[in-house]
Design a protein. Structure first.
Length: 296
């Protein structure tokens, strides 16, 4: 038993070299395996860890199988790092093909792209290290700075920083929300493309007149701009109408003032005429009286 334990420790300490001269290092509490002409199989159990190429994985159990240990299968409390892609992940089970460089992560998957500040959760994520594309399925939840994205299916292109979503997708940017049948989001520029049954809401901020500058907010939708234009046109017409009414009132006021002045002047002339008439009549009466007196 002692010799057997020593042999096991020795096997755990050695490195495996494949036919392609790639090095695989591993450790575990125990190991079992078989070797054949066309296939090798090794199972690591208990605090198992392995480093193959740029992939480092720790789990409760890790199995290596296939020609030259091409495939890797892990299960239970998995933690992984891909040093080439600069990705970290956790999940309950996974497989990895060392030739195609494709990792399939299953159940409670949490993926972290530290380089681009992106975190993603899903039930299944397939990541191709060669193309740097991750295909996410079931309860996809991705966060990147102010972007929060949910969908049933999503394709994340790490290199180009593009995210394509379908299956009731939604993108929330701060207080703005967008929904459609399909959504494409550029994570660099925050440009969104919506297709099919588009709906959403946009919150805008009013510019501060006290500061004399407008806040940097997003443009309003076309419908809101149209309403604002209609409202401005309506206000303009009301102001114009008010100005016309004011001008008319002023004109009427001047006309009334003129009529009043003319009336006063007319009254004044009439009084003067009446006074002259009364003076003439009085003079004529006086002359008549003098003639009568003379005759007497």
């Amino acid at each position: 038993m002692k010799a057997r334990a020593t042999l096991t420790i020795f096997l755990l300490a050695i490195s495996i070299f494949t036919a392609r001269a790639e090095k695989i290092t591993f450790s575990a509490d125990s190991m079992s395996g078989v070797s054949g002409k066309n296939s090798d199989r090794t199972t690591l159990s208990g605090h198992a860890s392995i480093k193959a190429d740029s992939m480092e994985i720790s789990a409760d159990s890790i199995e290596l199988y296939g020609a030259d240990f091409r495939f890797l299968k892990a299960s239970g409390s998995i933690k992984g790092i891909n040093s080439q892609s600069k990705l970290e992940f956790t999940c309950d089970s996974m497989t990895y093909d060392r030739i195609s460089k494709i990792a399939v992560l299953r159940n409670n998957v949490h993926l972290i792209d530290k380089e681009n500040k992106v975190t993603a959760d899903a039930e299944l994520i397939e990541y191709n290290q060669k193309t740097e594309v991750a295909v996410m399925q079931i309860n996809v939840y991705l966060v990147q700075e102010e972007n929060t994205c949910t969908a049933a299916h999503a394709v994340y292109n790490k290199k180009q920083q593009l995210l394509d979503m379908s299956g009731n997708p939604q993108v929330v940017q701060n207080q703005d929300a967008f929904r459609a049948q399909e959504i494409s989001l550029n994570l660099k520029t925050n440009e969104i493309t919506l297709d099919g049954h588009v709906r959403g809401s946009v919150t805008t901020k009013n510019s501060s007149s006290s500061e004399g500058s407008s806040s940097g907010t997003k443009a309003k939708p076309a419908s809101e701009k149209k309403e604002d234009s209609s409202s401005n046109a309506k206000d303009g017409k009301e102001k114009e109408s008010s100005a016309k009414e004011s001008g008319k009132s002023e004109k009427d006021g001047k006309a009334n003032e003129k009529d009043s002045k003319d009336s006063k002047d007319k009254d004044s002339v009439s009084k003067e005429d009446l006074s002259v008439k009364d003076s003439k009549e009085e003079k004529a009466d006086k002359e008549k009286e003098e003639v009568k007196d003379a005759k007497r």
